[in-house]
Design a protein around this ligand. Structure first.
Ligand SMILES: *Cc1c(COP(=O)(O)O)cnc(C)c1O
Length: 392
């Protein structure tokens, strides 16, 4: 029965059993530790027997509810929830790499993931090779005898390059690699990497999953065997998600599908409109027919997501002028919010990269990233229209 239920039914009805108060909505279990009626039960729980909960760095009812829902939505056997998306990416990598290992990653990874690969992993003798997301021809040449992990994001931030998940799954199997996918931009509603052979999925729950710009959070999901190693690593190193944030995030999942439907509808409308504006050299959105990987997007994503990018003919000056002219949309670096957010990646989120590194992932000086919110689309467009008009 549960297997046949739809996405939203599961996101709403998968919840903790009620307490003695028979509450309808899951309460907040803001407690660091849990008690035991007897010494014997305590001993058995510490030995890993039974369902008892010991301590919130290991387990917490709110955190467990969030994990349980995400497992169902992503089709995973097990999960561990973390205090941020980066704790999820770092925890998943560190739980599984050994000194001397090699990681293959798509070049267009999140900025802090890039810092982990380039600045931190070398300290522990872990090397990496970047490959192109959208062109898999060069991937085989990147494989070394010590290659252990294939790490990717699709769609990428902010270039919106897609990786062919079916290809990546087959490639990982062929070369004996652990495939890890950062599924932050798509959410399980738009795309389920485990169905294509990914071993682990990571999320920054801070973005679309929270959806309202309130809390940080992350999660790692996958098959039982790999997750046992990840859970061991995370329980003992302490990146646990707080019960309060887990409570918020679990509530947010109840509306994920309906929010993503609206974000995607409005993003496609905005991208279509932006494409007609004379100030634009290029507009990118996975579900625009002009996107270089439109067919792949249609094949592996339910809809195109909530992010649109555009490149100004007038370069950085024109892009920054538009950002300054905004009256409704927000100048911020976050994404996945009810509020529309406009970011200039070259001078903010990706300013730590060199110019050459930025260009290699499509971040030109005139590029803006728009996280399309849930305000009325007419008002979002009117704000961008007045900002464009005042830029001339
Ligand atoms: C934001 C983001 C992260 C990092 O998540 P935090 O919650 O900010 O730590 C990782 N990957 C992608 C694709 C992101 O957009």
């Amino acid at each position: 029965m549960e297997d046949q239920q739809g996405f939203s039914t599961q996101a709403i009805r998968q919840q903790l059993a009620a307490t003695a108060y028979r509450e309808h909505s899951t309460p907040l279990f803001m407690t660091s530790s849990f008690t035991f009626p007897t010494a014997e039960l305590m001993r058995d729980t510490f030995a890993g027997e039974g369902e008892g909960i010991i301590y919130s760095r290991y387990n917490n009812p709110n955190v467990d509810e969030f994990i349980q829902k995400m497992c169902v939505l992503e089709g995973a056997a097990a999960g561990f929830a973390t205090a941020s998306g980066m704790a999820a990416v770092f925890g998943a990598l560190m739980a599984l790499v050994r000194s001397g290992d090699h990681i293959i990653a798509t070049r267009a990874v999140f900025g802090s993931t890039h810092q982990i690969l380039t600045q931190l992993m070398p300290r522990w003798g872990v090397t990496h090779t970047y490959v192109a997301a959208a062109n898999t021809d060069g991937w085989a040449a990147a494989v070394q005898p010590n290659s252990r992990i294939l790490l990717l994001e699709t769609p990428s931030n902010p270039g919106l390059a897609l990786v062919d998940l079916a290809f990546a799954g087959a490639f990982a199997r062929e070369h004996g690699l652990i495939l890890m996918v950062d599924n932050c931009f798509a959410t399980p509603y738009l795309q389920r990497p485990l169905d294509y052979g990914a071993h682990l999925v990571m999320h920054s729950a801070t973005k679309w999953i929270d959806g309202q710009g309130r809390s940080l959070g992350g999660i790692i999901l996958g098959d039982q065997e790999l997750m046992d190693q990840v859970i061991f690593f995370c329980r003992h190193t302490g990146p646990a998600l707080s019960p309060f944030n887990a409570w918020l995030l679990s509530k947010s999942l109840e509306t994920l599908a309906i929010r993503m439907d609206a974000h995607c509808r409005q993003a496609l409308q905005l991208a279509t409109w932006l494409e007609q504006q004379s100030a634009m050299a290029q507009v990118s959105y996975p579900f625009l027919p002009s996107h270089a990987q439109y067919e792949l997007a249609q094949r592996q994503m339910k809809q195109g997501g909530g992010i649109v990018t555009c490149v100004f003919k007038g370069g950085a000056a024109a892009a920054l002028q538009l950002v300054n002219n905004l009256q409704l949309c927000t100048r911020s670096s976050n994404l996945g919010d009810t509020r529309t957010i406009v970011t200039h990646p070259a001078s903010t989120t990706h300013s730590k990269l060199t110019e050459a590194e930025r260009l290699a992932v499509g971040i030109t000086p005139g590029l803006l990233r728009i996280s399309v919110g849930l305000e009325d689309i007419a008002d979002i467009m009117a704000d961008l229209q007045q900002a464009l008009d005042r830029s001339h």
